[in-house]
Design a protein around this ligand. Structure first.
Ligand code: SMG
Ligand code: MG
Length: 369
C-alpha cells in the first residue's frame, strides 16, 4: 500500500496500581501509538518502549524521534510497501527494534484490515483463546503482596509471576508458594538485577518448584546465564537478551535458556516473533508471550501471537483492568483464566479515537507526503 500520512500519538494512561520492578516504579504508562493512513486504509500500532531507558536502551521520546526522523520518511518515500518489506526498507538503521515493531504493527493492521484477515489468521493462530498469567510487582511488604496475589488467583489467572530483586526474593517467593499451594504455576523475573556472585543464592529458589527464572543477569551476558542454568534445577528463561532469532537459537544452543519469552516489540516486530516461535519449536523449546503493559491495541496483537502452537505456557497477557480503568479499545476480559483471540480484520479491536485525543499528553506529530 502507499502510505499517505504517519501520525504519532502520545497518551498518558494512569495505572490502576503502581508497578514496581527491580529497576523502578511507575504509576502511569506513557503510550506511543503509530497511526498510518494509506491508500487502502488505516492501521494502528503500539510502541512498547518504556518512558525511561531502564528495561532496555529504548525509551518513548527516543522512539518517537526515531520514527519521525528515520522510519516515517522512508515509509512516505516508498511507492508501495507491505509489512513483509519493512526489513529491507529500514535496512541499515541499526537496532531501534521497538520503534520498527510499532511501525510494522500499524502497517500489518492496515494491510490485514484491507484484506479482511485477522492477526490470528495471518500469524498462524492454532487456538481461539489463550491461557493468561499475571505479572506482580515488588510490593511494600509481604502481606500486601499476598493480598494482591490472592486477588489475581480469585480472578482466575493461571500463572503468577513475581518480580524479584536482591533483598526481595526468597521470602516473598516462599510466602506466595505457601499461599497458592504446590499446583499453581509460579515463576520469577529479575529484570537483570543479579550478578554471577548470586548464583548460589539463586539456587535456593529451587525449593519452590518454579516454572522458570527470567533474566537474572544483564542482557549481553549469555555466559553467566549458562553458568546459572548448569548450577540450578529451575529452568532459566531469557527476556531482555533475546533480540532476534539468531540470538535466540545461539542462547538455546549454548544452554543459557530452555524457555523463551517472546515480546514482538523487543525483537523488532511480529514477523521476527513468529520466526523465533518457529525456531524454538524446532528445538523443542517452549515459548510464552511477554507483556509491556500494553493497551488494548498492542494486547490484541499479542493475544493473537500467543495463540500460535508453540506458545505452550501462559503469557503476561493479562486483562485490561489489571493495568487500566479505561482502555484505548474495548477491554480484554478474563474468562476462566483466558482471553479470547480477536477475530475481526487486523487487530480486531476498535481504537477509541476520542480517548486518544482527550488523553493526549502532547500534540500529535503528523507527517505527510
Ligand atoms: O504487560 O503484564 C505486563 C507486564 C509484564 O512484567 C512484565 N513485563 O520484564 O517481563 C518484563 C516486564 C517488562 C516491563 S516492566 C515495566
Ligand atoms: Mg521480563
Amino acid at each position: 500500500m502507499r502510505i499517505e500520512a504517519v501520525e504519532l500519538h502520545r497518551i498518558a494512561m494512569p495505572l490502576v496500581r503502581p508497578f514496581e520492578t527491580s529497576f523502578g516504579r511507575q504509576s502511569a504508562r506513557d503510550v506511543l501509538l503509530v497511526h498510518l493512513l494509506g491508500d487502502e486504509g488505516e492501521g494502528w500500532g503500539e510502541c512498547v518502549a518504556m518512558e525511561h531507558p531502564l528495561y532496555s536502551s529504548e525509551y518513548v521520546q527516543g522512539c518517537s524521534e526515531l520514527i519521525e526522523h528515520y522510519l516515517a520518511p522512508r515509509l512516505l518515500g516508498a511507492p508501495d510497501i507491505a509489512a513483509e518489506g519493512l526489513g529491507e526498507l529500514f535496512g541499515g538503521i541499526i537496532g531501534h527494534r521497538m520503534s520498527k515493531a510499532a511501525v510494522e504493527a500499524a502497517l500489518l493492521d492496515a494491510q490485514l484490515r484491507a484484506a479482511g484477515l485477522s492477526f490470528g489468521e495471518y500469524l498462524g493462530a492454532a487456538r481461539s483463546e489463550v491461557d493468561c498469567g499475571v505479572s506482580v510487582g515488588i510490593a511494600r511488604d509481604i502481606p500486601s503482596l499476598l493480598e494482591e496475589v490472592a486477588g489475581y488467583v480469585d480472578e482466575g489467572y493461571r500463572r503468577i509471576k513475581l518480580k524479584i530483586k536482591p533483598g526481595w526474593d526468597l521470602e516473598p517467593v516462599a510466602a506466595v508458594r505457601e499461599l497458592i499451594g504446590p499446583q499453581m504455576l509460579l515463576q520469577v523475573d529479575a529484570n537483570t538485577a543479579y550478578t554471577a556472585a548470586d548464583i548460589e543464592h539463586l539456587g535456593r529458589l529451587d525449593a519452590f518448584d518454579l516454572l522458570l527464572i527470567e533474566q537474572p543477569f544483564v542482557e549481553e551476558d549469555i555466559a553467566t546465564h549458562v553458568s546459572l542454568a548448569r548450577a540450578i534445577a529451575t529452568p532459566v528463561c531469557l527476556d531482555e537478551s533475546i533480540v532476534n532469532v539468531d540470538v535466540a537459537v545461539d542462547a538455546i544452543e549454548r544452554g543459557a535458556t530452555s524457555v523463551v519469552n517472546i515480546k514482538p516489540g523487543r525483537v523488532g516486530g511480529y514477523l521476527e516473533a513468529v520466526r523465533i516461535h518457529d525456531a524454538c519449536g524446532e528445538l523443542d523449546v517452549p515459548v510464552w508471550c511477554g507483556g509491556m503493559l500494553e493497551t488494548g491495541i498492542g494486547r490484541a496483537a499479542n493475544v493473537a501471537l500467543a495463540a500460535l502452537p508453540n506458545f505452550t505456557l501462559p503469557g503476561d497477557t493479562s486483562a485490561s483492568k489489571r493495568y487500566f480503568a479505561e482502555d484505548l479499545t474495548e477491554p480484554f476480559e478474563l474468562v476462566d483464566g483466558r482471553l479470547a483471540v480477536p477475530t475481526g480484520p487486523g487487530t480486531g479491536v476498535t481504537v477509541r479515537t476520542g480517548l486518544v485525543r482527550d488523553r493526549a499528553s502532547r500534540p500529535p506529530v503528523v507527517l505527510a507526503r
